[in-house]
Design a protein around this ligand. Structure first.
Ligand code: L9D
Ligand code: CA
Length: 873
């Protein structure tokens, strides 16, 4: 009975399917839910992966590398995904495909235990024909074995985390038996739309594709291509008959010229639409694909820069990494679109999709809302001789081009980033010559792929700022040279930026240049009235950016630039002020804009007025109070208006002329919650500041509520994200005040363990004799912060100006006395926990001498101090 009923139900379903589904062409749907995941190898029968309870339930997008937020040596190895897939019986009349948008870095896919595909590459998709692999009307098991440790798949060395997992969508695609061919080799949708000839007067569209027939039906088939205007009007119809007897059932269609086409640009992203329809001889539709296309052309010139649609056009934009805490790279389409919108909001017209192909959701936005694109494959730092590596690079390049070919926003394909950086450090002599030779031959090989696959786009590679690339002939290969320049950050000073550029231009005037990277880090906890290179203050990042941008704008030969990076991104191996984070972003990792976001917005948006009080990053301010007058602190305004007025607590501070999109006001701070209000023409902005003070001269009037915390050895204010306490910059002791006695500034970029307040400990005074506070008599709490950083440590490769201390490998030990009493005898801060470890000690001291003076006397090695805090109790 029951059986019969199901049978009948099936039969009805089947009928329904016949009538409504049969000609309803392809269906595509995600199967991101109901996956089980196991971390580790699953080879031997004894493996714990054979115990079901060792698997966890997950959704895709997924990455297993949450550990990249915690530690340097994040897990690189295998992870298994497994899912049941019920394949309905009526799919027997269909072809069935599995599409995986990204599995990093290598994937082996199994259907019911049989391996159906191996895929190298963590940033491109792949499609598997599983028509003959699945059981119809039954449950099937799909398993994906992913490995993010492969050394034959690029990238193998780079300044970002190689997240493991299936971190983009997984789809099931079904088609009728006659359909447009699916590209199971390189994962594209296999219809290629080009615009080989475009001008203001006329434009040509060509469509290429092929058809698959997996039935005995040898009736005639037809391909109908329809071209629609941006307004949706049908412009042309083109019909191809398919010779179903031929082995390669390909078609190609060339539309008649479109006269006076609406040109595409980031400002006016007019999209035409191509519909490609497959029908049988009765005109019944079997398959249908829709693509956008656009009319635009570009050229590059060593002297005149970049041209879009025949006019000079400055590329203004960002490089973009994709991760966001806590999900890593397992980000949603919405998050991709949000990133696009933010870049567009700043007025960017260009994105360097670095260092690897990214989600279609992003590219879709670039086409629709307008942004020019450079996209690349991740060959970073060096080219190894690992067997298979070069082949996999070539394959990934082909995949990227074919998969993203139909995005008209893309003007450049790129394939190498700073490939001589590690090379130059790791190899010498003959072996260096060999690597360079290998690198060049790979570049030539990839260049040939580009020419063959897509003659309409420009090739590019990004180089680090060394002339070596010219010397070895790597700069003569691509159409565009990207220079990644960090003068004033990792080395030199900011003005070496323009020197380097003009040197390159003068010596190689035919090379079109994009500044493919430039950037400086910033940490929201660090601020300075006197910013220094590499201090990670927001203010230094601002200074750096305000210097570079006008140079790029004013150098006509520079095509434009992509600032590094749109976001603060995760690099498990990076240390610096925020371990695991490269903080050069113009937004924080959670995408909150940094103040400097509004510098870009002010510089790039011409269509709307922009005004921003650049004190969101620095909204907890601390003044060092010298007398009873308000403390004067600078407040910066970013705006594209010519003049701006600033008010504090409704009191005008007058108007200022804006230069380079900013104006700085000297603002008197006195109230604890001052309201800043800025106005320029019709736009205004307001922000409340949290204001506190510490005394310059400690006396009976100010001592009671004082908590004077000093960031010893630093020019920066440091506000703890945990306690919100601000540690003020250090200064030398002067009579009646407080400060250090003797020693020199020193520091490290290496991570300090056991603290969240890393930068406090990374900056210090070395060799100091003492620290003194002149103050009223009474009882005080004194806290001293240490971290022994003075030893040889293997240098982190990317810390180009890694500043280490001396090279004593033993503990450094010293006596500490307070007002003459020894409080520590032969104190060795690293004795128990080792070097680069945060150590804090607190002392309760009474004084009757109107001062507290702490003295340090070395027993072994050097004295040092990272921070000091004093409060009355
Ligand atoms: C390089 C820089 C970047 C790094 C990039 C790389 C940096 N060294 O993240 O991947 O291309 O911030 O150090 O130019
Ligand atoms: Ca310090």
């Amino acid at each position: 009975m029951v059986r019969n009923r199901t049978k009948r139900a099936f039969f009805i379903l089947f009928l329904l399917a016949l009538t409504t589904v049969m000609y309803a062409q392809r269906q595509i749907k995600t199967i991101n839910d109901r996956w089980s995941f196991y971390l580790g190898e699953c080879q031997e029968a004894q493996s714990s992966c054979y115990i079901d309870s060792n698997w966890i339930k997950v959704n895709i997008p997924h990455t297993w590398n949450n550990d990249a937020y915690q530690k340097k040596n994040y897990y690189q190895g295998k992870g298994w995904y497994r899912r049941h897939l019920f394949v309905p019986a009526f799919w027997k009349d269909k072809d069935v495909y599995l599409k995986i948008d990204a599995a990093s870095k290598w994937a082996d896919v199994y259907v019911n235990g049989e391996k159906v595909k191996s895929h190298p590459g963590g940033y491109t998709d792949f499609i598997i024909d599983i028509t003959d692999k699945v059981l119809y009307g039954q449950d099937n098991i799909i398993a994906i074995d992913v490995d993010n440790s492969r050394k034959d798949v690029t990238p193998i060395s780079a300044d970002f985390t190689f997240w493991g997992g299936v971190y983009r969508d997984v789809w099931i695609l079904t088609t009728s038996k006659e359909h447009f061919a699916i590209d199971t080799e390189t994962g594209s949708d296999n219809i290629f739309i080009s615009t080989p000839d475009v001008s203001e007067n006329r434009a040509i569209v060509c469509v290429k594709g092929s058809v698959t027939i997996n039935s005995t039906n040898k009736n005639r088939l037809r391909v109908i291509n329809k071209l629609y205007s941006p307004g949706g009007e049908l412009l042309q119809t083109n019909i191809n008959n398919i010779n179903t007897k031929a082995s390669a059932m390909s078609f190609s269609c060339r539309f008649k010229p479109v006269m006076r086409p609406l040109l595409w640009s980031p400002e006016n992203p007019h999209l035409y639409k191509v519909e490609t329809i497959l029908t049988n001889s009765q005109g019944q539709e079997l398959d249908r694909m829709t693509h956008n296309t656009a009319f635009r052309w570009f050229s590059v010139d060593g002297n005149k820069g970049f041209f879009l649609n025949g006019k000079p056009y400055k590329l203004r934009g960002f490089c973009r990494h994709q991760d966001q805490k806590p999900v890593g790279v397992a980000i949603s389409d919405e998050m991709n679109r949000r990133d696009f919108d933010m870049m567009k909001d700043m007025g960017a017209n260009f994105i360097r999709i670095s260092h690897y192909p990214q989600d279609d959701a992003l590219l879709e936005m670039c086409d629709k809302k307008g942004m020019l694109v450079w996209e690349e494959i991740p060959i970073v730092n060096t080219v190894p001789d690992t067997p298979g590596y070069a082949d996999n690079c070539e394959f990934n390049l082909k995949e990227m081009i074919r998969q993203h070919y139909n995005h008209p926003s893309i003007f450049s394909w790129a394939y190498m980033n700073e490939v001589l950086l590690m090379t130059m450090r790791q190899y010498k002599g003959k072996s260096l010559t060999d690597v360079i030779q290998r690198t060049k031959s790979l570049a030539h090989r990839l260049e040939m792929v580009l020419e063959k696959e897509d003659p309409y786009r420009k090739s590019a590679m990004a180089l680090h700022y060394e002339d070596i690339y010219n010397k070895v002939g790597l700069t003569d290969i691509t159409n565009i040279l990207g220079w990644n320049i960090y003068s004033g950050w990792y080395s030199d000073s900011v003005t070496d930026f323009e020197k380097f550029l003009s040197y390159q231009h003068t010596n190689h005037p035919t090379h079109p240049i994009i500044v493919s990277e430039w950037g400086a880090g910033s940490d929201i906890r660090l601020h300075s009235l006197n910013p220094h290179q590499f201090d990670f203050s927001s203010e230094y990042q601002q200074t750096y950016i305000e210097h570079y941008n006008p140079v790029i704008e004013d150098s006509a030969y520079v095509c434009g630039s992509s600032y590094w990076n749109f976001i603060d991104f995760n690099v498990a191996g990076r240390q610096e002020s925020m371990p695991r984070t490269n903080n050069k972003g113009v937004t924080y990792n959670n995408r909150t804009p940094k103040d400097v976001y509004y510098y870009f917005k002010s510089a790039w948006r011409k269509d709307i007025p922009v005004l921003h009080i650049a004190s969101r990053d620095w909204n907890r301010r601390c003044g060092i109070q010298r007398d009873s007058l308000p403390v004067i602190l600078p407040v910066k305004i970013y705006t594209n208006q010519p003049e701006v007025e600033l008010f504090i607590d409704n009191k005008s501070l007058g108007k200022k002329t804006v230069k380079n999109y900013n104006a700085i006001f000297e603002v008197p701070f006195s109230s604890t919650e001052p309201l800043l209000y800025a106005k320029a023409g019709d736009v205004s902005d307001a922000v409340k500041i949290h204001y506190t003070t510490v005394p310059y001269n400690i006396n009976s009037d100010n001592v009671d509520n004082m908590e004077l915390a000093v960031n010893v050895g630093s020019n920066c204010y440091f506000t703890s994200s945990e306690s919100q306490l601000t540690w003020v910059p250090d200064k030398e002791y002067t009579k009646g005040s407080w400060g250090y006695i003797g020693g020199e500034i020193s520091g490290t970029q290496t991570e300090v363990n056991a603290t969240m307040e890393t930068p406090l400990y990374q900056t210090q005074r070395k060799g100091l004799n003492g620290y003194r506070f002149d103050l009223p008599n009474g009882e005080y709490e004194v806290e001293l912060l240490f971290s022994d950083i003075y030893k040889n440590k293997e240098q982190e490769v990317y810390l180009l100006n890694h500043k280490e201390g001396s090279s004593i490998s033993e503990d450094n030990c010293f006596d500490i006395s307070i007002n003459g009493d020894i409080v520590e005898n032969r104190f060795c801060p690293s004795a128990f926990s080792g070097k680069f470890f945060a150590v804090k000690r607190r002392y309760i001291v009474g004084t009757t001498e109107s001062k507290i003076e702490i003295n340090f006397k070395a027993n072994q090695g050097v004295t040092f101090l990272s921070g000091i805090k004093i409060r009355k109790i």
